[in-house]
Ligand binder design. Sequence first.
Ligand code: NAI
Length: 399
Amino acid sequence: MIIKPVIKGVVAKTAHPEGCKQAVQNQINFAKAENNIVDGAKKVLILGASSGFGLASRIALTFGGAEADTIGVSFERGPSEKGVGTAGWYNNIFFRQAAEQEGRIAKNFVGDAFSPQIRQQVADYIRDEFGGNVDLVVYSLATGVRPNPATGELWRSSLKTVGEPFSGQTINIEQNSLEDSVLEPASAADIAATEKVMGGEDWQEWIQLLLDENVLAPSAKTIAYSYIGPEATYPIYHQGTLGIAKKHLHATSDVLNKQLASIGGEAYVSVCKALVTKASVFIPAFSPYILCLFKVMKQHGLHEGCIEQMQRMYSQRLYNPTAVPVDEGRLIRVDDWELRTDVQAEVAKLMKELNAGNFTDIGDYQGYKQEFLELNGFALTGVDYAKATDMEALTLMQP
Ligand code: NAI
C-alpha cells in the first residue's frame, strides 16, 4: 500500500509509519548530540508520551544524557480496516525499539489515562516490574474531552474567549488558505468544563494515586506544560478558556509541590513556546501569530521544535545543577526566546501586514506546513514515499 497524506481541515487522516520512524530518529539524533542532561531522572512516567512535548520529553530523557527508563501512556489507534492508524501509535513502537536497542526499558500503555483501570495498571507495573518507583512524572496530556467518573458523561473543553467575541483568522491546511474565524465568548459551563479537561485536577489525581500506591521515589519530581504567550494573543489564549484552565494547572503545581514536600519531592509547570502539534493547530485565530513568530524566530536563529525545547528545559531548568530557575510565579520559562522584546516587536509588525492574500510570504507558512506534515510522518528527508508499506507486517507490531 502506498500511503499519501490525507488532510481534512487541520486534521491528518493518514500517517506514514516509516516517516514516523524517521521523525523519531531525527529527535533521537538531536538529543544524543546534545547529551547534556546531567543527574536527570532515571525512572520516568510520561502521561501523553506519543507525540508533541510528551514524546520529546521521553526522547530527551532517554537519549539526551539522563539515560532514563520510561513508561509512556497515550491514546492512539493502530492499523485496522478503518485506516493505517495514528502517528502516535507508530511513534510509540519506534521509540520503544530504539530505546530497547540501547538497553533502556520503554513500556507503552495505550489507553485512556483518565480511566481508573489504566491508572491501576500503571501503578502495578511500576511496583512489580519497573523497580518499585519513578523519580519523575511528566504530565503532557492534550485532549478535548475527559469523562466525569461520577456520571460517565464527558466534560468537553472549548476554545473560546471570556467576555467579548474575537474575530481573527485561522489556517486551513487542507486548502492552504487563511480563513476568517470568530471565537465566541464562553459560558460559565464552558469555562468550568475546560478547566476540568485541561486544568490540574487529573494531574493531581494521578499524583495522589502514585503517592497512595507508594510508587513515587524519595525526592520525585513532577512537571506539566503550559502556554502564556504575548499580550496580543491574550484574548484568544491566556484570558480565554484555555488560559483559565492553565491557571488552574499552575495553581495545582503549588498544591502538589506542598504535598510532595512530605517525600522531599517537587512539582513544577514549564511554560513553553508556541509550536505546531496535533493539539495546537486546533486553536482558532492563533495562526497569524504562529506564522509570524516562526518567521522571526528562524531569522534570529532562535526557532525551536519540541525536542529542542524539551532538551533545553531538562538540561538547563529542571535538572539545573544549581537550582531550578523559576519566575516570580514559580513557573519554569522556556518561552523566554519567544517573548524577547525584539522578537515580539518584529512579530507585531509582521502581523499588521499579514492577510489572506500574502500569508505565505509574510509568515512562515511553508515551515508551519512542513512541521505539520512531519508530525504525521510525511515530507521527511530520507523516506522513500513511493515504496509500498507492508501493512500486514505493521499490524503484527505492538507498541
Ligand atoms: P499532542 O496532541 O502532541 O500530545 C498529546 C498527548 O496526549 C498524546 O500523546 C496523546 O495520545 C495523549 N492523550 C490525549 N488524550 C489522552 C487520553 N485520554 N489518555 C491517554 N493519553 C491521551 O499535544 P502537545 O501540544 O504536545 O500538548 C501537550 C501539553 O503541552 C499540553 O498541556 C499543551 O497545552 C502544552 N503546550 C503545548 C504548546 C504547543 O504549542 N503545542 C505550547 C505550550 C504548552
